[in-house]
Design a protein around this ligand. Structure first.
Ligand code: ADP
Length: 154
């Protein structure tokens, strides 16, 4: 039986930090389903279709990785894909508080689904979708920080 994890996020846009989480996750799981959240409260810069397209294009060469858009509960998405775990990344202590709350809430909703965290690669700890958006809007070079397919969308 294949071990599947859901990797949820806003991916506004997907970065090399996210890609690193996916590669680390594949050391532990056989299959990763990336859940691109609609997340209207975050007022994403890219609409859901574009965020999903950027993820699809970035993982197209890896048959162990799929991407879907989702709007409902994470635990429902996990059931739908027969996933045993939710995969998330941690960059710094500042990520911890929110991740801890989310993992605890998801555990409350469904005890069977475990949250699993991987640590960011040292040279990507400063990489966030927000910085990518801000720097590229101001004309800065982010080509070393995002997958190639993202560049044409920025
Ligand atoms: P969300 O809005 O759910 O936080 P994000 O797309 O910002 O969605 O992030 C999704 C997950 O990826 C989060 O767990 C976040 O901490 C993690 N992540 C984001 N950037 C990095 C990075 N550079 N290295 C490791 N993990 C990261």
């Amino acid at each position: 039986m294949k071990r599947t994890a859901i990797y949820p996020g806003t991916f506004d846009p997907i970065t090399l930090g996210h890609m690193d989480v996916i590669h680390r996750g594949l050391k532990v799981f056989d299959r990763i389903v990336i859940g691109v959240a609609e997340n209207p409260k975050k007022c994403p810069m890219f609409d859901l279709d574009t965020r999903l397209a950027m993820v699809h294009e970035s993982v197209a060469d890896n048959p162990a990785v799929e991407a879907v858009a989702f709007t409902g509960l994470l635990v429902d998405l996990a059931h739908e894909h027969h996933a045993a775990a939710l995969l998330r990344g941690l960059r710094a202590a500042s990520d911890f508080e929110y991740e801890f709350q989310m993992a605890t809430m998801n555990r409350h909703l469904d005890e069977r689904i475990e949250s699993v965290f991987v640590m960011a690669r040292e040279d990507y700890t400063f990489v966030s979708s927000r910085f990518i958006r801000e720097i590229s809007e101001m004309g800065g070079d982010v080509s070393a920080l995002v997958p190639k397919p993202v560049l044409k969308h920025l």
